[in-house]
Design a protein around this ligand. Sequence first.
Ligand SMILES: [Zn+2]
Length: 239
Amino acid sequence: MCDMCDENAGSDMTRRGLMIGAAAGGLAMAAASPAIAQSAPQNAITPEEALARIMDGNARYVAGERIDHDYSAERAETALAQFPVAGILSCADSRVPPEILFDQAPGDLFVARVAGNIVNATGIASLEYGVLVLGIPLIMVLGHTSCGAVSAAVDTVEDKVVLPGHLPQLTEAIRPAVLAARLQDADDLKSAATTLNVRYAMQGLRLGSAILAEAIDAGKLGVVGGVYDLESGKVIPVA
Ligand SMILES: [Zn+2]
């Protein structure tokens, strides 16, 4: 687990809970603005329905049957408010654009991207906003095949490669997945580490955020994982 998750899972949870409650009140007031009130938002659905919606979109994308978008009309529809159906924590890789691979329109996905789809404080904050204010019913952690960040983390473990700048912060966050993958004695270490990295991020969202954990326990939020196959375009579920 990442350092931040351990820190947030510490003994300060009660005070954090109180602070979160106060902050959520303020955010809720903002969300209740008449300018963005709507009777039947598209994201007033279950986590299962949200998952089906994005996976159906992925199936369309794989089949080459993507919906034609009228971006002018979609801009007009979403200019005053957004009701995204899912939050996506994905890698920053240029070949993994969530809106395209899930065949969704502007306003449909609330996306936090960082190399290696790791869980960090700002990513959690973004997703907390998505859940508290925007009402997203689902978060998917989305890794992908041939991930450079995972490969770099493997190299730091296997070959003791030392990376420049801030890159070690990234690989350190992925390191637990690499170490666990080594224990599995997997044939493909990078592939196994990619899957475990997604699974750890799913756990990290819950452990690192009282807001997300509360929403999960209340059945309002589902957290799922997937690995996007760069070659086939398919998102493979991670249990
Ligand atoms: Zn990547």
